[in-house]
Design a binder for this molecule. Structure first.
Ligand SMILES: [Zn+2]
Length: 84
């Protein structure tokens, strides 16, 4: 029994190199988001939560969790500038 299922998503690392990461995040409804992290520009997710509210969405949190599991540290509060 677990009450800590806070990441109802599947995260797959598509790319990891010296510039950052690209993840494929599959949401709880089967929706797919490509989430990126760039060491210069920060996190980016194409979902409305991130683009319009400019905050850390659940997809980014899921990716951070994935990095945590692999003991990779990245900046917590760095976001891409989004010009809508
Ligand atoms: Zn998102």
């Amino acid at each position: 029994m677990s009450t800590l299922t806070i990441y109802p998503t599947t995260v797959e690392t598509l790319l990891a190199d010296s510039e950052g990461f690209i993840f494929q995040v599959i949401g709880s409804h089967g929706d797919i988001y490509i989430v990126g992290y760039d060491y210069v520009d920060g996190w980016f997710c194409p979902c409305p939560d991130h683009i319009y509210r400019r905050r850390e969405c659940k997809h980014i949190r899921a990716c951070k969790n994935e990095l945590d599991l692999n003991h990779i540290c990245v900046s917590d509060d760095l976001f891409c500038e989004v010009t809508a």
